[in-house]
Write a protein that binds this ligand. Structure first.
Ligand code: AMP
Ligand code: MG
Length: 425
């Protein structure tokens, strides 16, 4: 179960800055500790639970970076062509079965082990395109022009990974390149944190499951589908607990049983001011709850709490506010619980293509798309409509720009921080 202390999210009810909220989550939430061994083939997206120190050099032997001819550099003339007999072949996986003699060239192919020499070692490879081959007296000769650098076109033992070096850090979420790197030192499996178990719940009497006929006043539940996909993409194990009505007993019962076998429960809706207080009452009955009024737009109300050792995160109902508070606030918390070390997404500097007024002391996120300007800089253009319920705005935007608490006016041409949706899903 999640490692949460009692009162983990308490902040005394004041209006919270986004960074204060993120700090509380990132510093007070502790990762799950259970781990499991996963075959490399099934470890994509998992979070590694230990540092990996290589017991091997990669590559394991000096080898050729090109198709060409392996030579002793000292055999080459610095001013004239050099003519060498081609005395043998080394191909990938089939090394020269003898020592290379001074004064001969060996036909060599990319990835083939560099031959050992009878006196010193061949140290340089000529690309076949840079040489001429000639048959003289039935024997293949290679004519090598002057000017090659000593050591050219060779790859050295251990130049990628040296024995004893750390190749992966605990807390890294495994991407294709980390998995390949583990395979390159011969590992077949990795020790990873077990998947975080997250339950998703929608609340609201107006919500209907897609596929059914809407009743008067109803809308389809979209948040749950966005959330399920968001949790999947974080690499968590997700349980879909469906839609709950605005009724305290049914919310309480579902939360109570979900808390028994999940590390986190995420709900949407029912946390805004003026709501019937079912979520609040239910969570308080079962554990602790802290409503956070965050100084961010969109997405002001977010609830955090715990039921036993299970984290509870109540996101706002408006679909855009739900997505943005998930990405900015809930995502780092879930990643921390899951054992990840890289919690916050990277923001990139882009130029603003629009003027914008905002409220002091509040962080605002504005939906934008990027275009390349005349100078080659990326310029952010605002999605024309701002409503927190306009979900199509997230489909048509590439990301959001973050405007800090201190500013009240953004001017066209100023640099702003951009968070691409591709960086968080
Ligand atoms: P609430 O946070 O309950 O006040 O809801 C705010 C707005 O979000 C209302 O217009 C709700 O109808 C809408 N909403 C709540 N839950 C969902 C959902 N699961 N999918 C789409 N819209 C929702
Ligand atoms: Mg509601």
């Amino acid at each position: 179960m999640a490692q949460l202390r009692d009162d983990c999210f308490n902040n005394d009810g004041k209006l919270l800055l986004a960074n204060e909220a993120i700090d509380i989550l990132v510093n007070r939430v502790h990762p799950i500790i259970n781990t499991e061994v996963k075959e490399l083939r099934h470890s994509a997206g998992r979070i590694i639970a230990e540092d990996i120190i290589s017991e091997k050099d990669v590559p394991p032997h000096d080898n050729s970076a090109v198709d060409g001819f392996a030579v002793f550099y000292d055999d080459l003339s610095q001013v004239n062509d050099t003519n060498l007999i081609v005395g043998g072949r080394a191909t990938a996986g089939h090394p020269l079965p003898r020592l290379q003699r001074r004064g001969e060239a060996i036909r060599i192919f990319t990835g083939a082990q560099m031959p050992k020499g009878n006196v010193g070692s061949p140290d340089t490879v000529l690309m076949q395109e840079d040489c001429k081959s000639e048959i003289i007296n039935n024997i293949e000769n290679v004519i090598i022009p002057p000017g090659i650098q000593k050591g050219a076109n060779t790859r050295y033992r251990g130049e990628d990974i040296s024995e004893g070096s750390k190749i992966l850090n605990v807390g890294t979420q495994l991407r294709p390149q980390e998995i390949g790197l583990a395979a390159s030192i011969g590992l077949t499996s990795l020790n990873v944190f077990r998947k975080l178990r997250v339950a998703i719940i929608s609340t609201g009497d107006e919500l209907f499951e897609p596929g059914v006929t809407l009743k008067s006043g109803g809308i389809y539940d979209s948040n749950r589908y966005s959330l399920l996909a968001l949790i999947d993409s974080l690499g968590c194990e997700v349980t879909d607990l469906g839609i709950l009505p605005d009724s305290e007993p049914s919310i309480r019962e579902t939360l109570k049983s979900a808390a028994m076998n999940h590390d986190a429960i995420i709900t949407s809706a029912g946390v805004s001011v003026g709501d019937e207080d079912h979520l609040r009452t239910a969570v308080l009955e079962l554990g602790n709850l802290h409503f956070w009024k965050l100084a961010i737009k969109p997405g002001r109300p977010v609830a955090f709490g715990q039921i036993g050792r299970t984290a509870f995160i109540g996101l706002p109902g408006n679909p855009v506010a739900m997505m943005i508070t998930f990405l900015i606030i809930a995502r780092p918390a879930l990643l921390k619980l899951a054992g990840a070390s890289n919690l916050l997404p990277r923001l990139y500097n882009v130029q603003s293509g629009f003027d914008y007024k905002k409220k002091l002391h509040r962080r605002e996120y504005v939906r934008v798309s990027l275009k390349i300007g005349n100078t080659g800089d990326l310029i952010a253009y605002k999605f024309p409509r701002d409503g927190a319920g306009i979900l199509s705005s997230l489909v048509e935007s590439e990301g959001i720009i973050e405007l800090s608490e201190e500013i009240t006016q953004l001017n066209k041409g100023e640099m702003v921080k951009f968070l691409p949706f591709t960086g968080v899903s």
